[in-house]
Design a protein around this ligand. Structure first.
Ligand code: ADP
Ligand code: ASP
Ligand code: MG
Length: 410
């Protein structure tokens, strides 16, 4: 007998019919002799609907109330699934994050899990119940409801699995596993049998939304293997685990893209100590996370600075820069929302030369202009015009021969 944590994403619980299908899978897992904890997302589209309503009232609405609102989607799905399980003759109980307790910090909208008390879940499991937990939400030390950021149910599931020392954490979604790139935009994408935590962390942070980045950080920290698989089939999915001896060290193992960033350029900034600190403190004070940063070499005492921020924070970032520009004296502040970041990721890059050069040449052959570049040991990212994203992903997938063979087969 094992303890299994299963997480089902929005599409997998997107209708009553699908919720009934999930109930059957959960009950089948229990009948195979396992204890089962289910972590759920809201029904697909629901979180977007709730956020849109709040934005219609005020774009800069109260963050505490934001979390009270958007956490409600998961309350609906957990109760419906629990009812569906009971119609199949098994006993089940649903819990909100605040009932278990999933303790987080107070950073509303992107709270971090600090601690989970597994005792209430364990007692319920010992009473032969299936436990259904609301993903995406927690509660801070003052009893306020918090949420973990978009896609946060993945993190709830891994954290619950860690707290219970579960045997396995299965993430059920609408694709068969982790692919060499998003299978919904590149037909040649190949499913990976295994992928290391490090590569998955890069893919997730570069836009592959199949797993929330914090879920991979948690899994790596506590050594929990994640099995990503489809809720629509019984196919074996992809195991996200520690880098193993013999795991193929592909030069490039995946291509990711992110259309959720915008670029801001500040031109003609006086090049003196403290200016960058002033600019990025003003942005950070608004809670905005900056991604890529490029500063040009200065000419005649002036320099240009370009950086990316989440598209959602673009207007706020521009306004806050305009507010402080009197103190800085930059000639112009402008930006562009129609950009995307395409990235290649692979552990093998550490030991191979000219991977970046091949990437740039492949994009150039399609006349795709590169606006910004950033690299790390195992990734190269380029900012391009948004409308070329799909083309760039397919071209890079082909350039690095990711469709050639089934990856990581031993
Ligand atoms: P869920 O609602 O189950 O949490 P998500 O929409 O958050 O599902 O994540 C699954 C989606 O991630 C897929 O439908 C796919 O379009 C996208 N995706 C992006 N990159 C990848 C990748 N490398 N492998 C698999 N899926 C990917
Ligand atoms: N419902 C939340 C979202 O849409 C959390 C999740 O699905 O993981 O972001
Ligand atoms: Mg998701």
């Amino acid at each position: 007998m094992g303890l299994v944590v299963q997480k089902y994403g929005g599409t997998s619980v997107g209708s009553i019919e699908r919720i009934k299908n999930v109930a059957q899978r959960v009950v089948a897992t229990k009948k195979r002799g396992n204890q089962v904890v289910v972590v759920l997302s809201a029904m697909s589209g629901e979180t977007d609907r709730l956020i849109n309503m709040a934005n219609e009232i005020d774009l800069e609405h109260n963050r505490r109330e934001h979390d009270v609102l958007v956490s409600s989607g998961e309350q609906v799905s957990i109760s419906l699934l629990t009812m569906a399980i009971e119609t199949l003759g098994e006993k089940a109980i649903s819990y909100l994050g605040s009932q278990i307790v999933i303790r987080t910090d107070s950073d509303h909208g992107r709270a971090r899990i600090m601690d989970i008390d597994g005792s209430r879940i364990k007692n319920a499991l010992d009473s032969d119940l299936i436990v259904v937990v609301a993903g995406f939400q927690g509660v801070d030390a003052n009893g306020n409801i918090t949420t973990l950021g978009r896609g946060g149910s993945d993190t709830s599931a891994v954290a619950v699995a860690a707290a219970l020392s579960a045997d396995v954490c299965e993430i059920y979604t609408d694709v068969d596993g982790i692919y060499t790139t998003d299978p919904n935009i590149c037909k040649q994408a190949c499913k990976l049998d295994k992928i290391s935590y490090d590569e998955m962390l890069e893919l997730a942070s570069l836009g592959a939304k199949v797993l929330q980045i914090r879920s991979v950080e948690f899994a790596q920290k506590y050594g929990i293997p994640i099995h990503v698989r489809s809720s629509f089939s019984d196919n074996q999915g992809t195991i996200v685990c520690k880098e193993e001896e013999g795991m193929e060290k592909a030069i490039v193992s995946g291509v990711a893209y992110n259309k959720n960033e915008a670029k801001i350029t500040i031109c003609g900034i006086p090049d003196r100590p403290g200016i960058a600190a002033t600019i990025f403190s003003a942005i950070a004070d608004k809670g905005i996370v900056v991604d890529m940063i490029i500063q040009n070499i200065s000419a005649e005492g002036l320099t240009d600075l370009t950086f990316t921020v989440p598209k959602l924070d673009y207007d706020l970032a521009l306004t806050s820069l305009q507010e402080i520009n009197q103190g800085i004296g930059a000639r112009d502040i402008n930006g562009d929302k129609n950009i995307a970041k395409v990235s290649i990721v692979g552990i093998g890059m550490r030991t191979h030369a000219n991977v970046a050069g091949r990437m740039f040449a492949a994009l150039a052959r399609e006349n795709i202009n590169i606006m910004m570049i950033s690299t790390s040991e195992i990734k190269v990212s380029c900012v391009i015009v948004e409308k070329y994203t799909e083309l760039a992903v397919r071209v890079l997938h082909q350039e690095f021969e990711l469709a050639e063979e089934t990856k990581n087969e031993s």
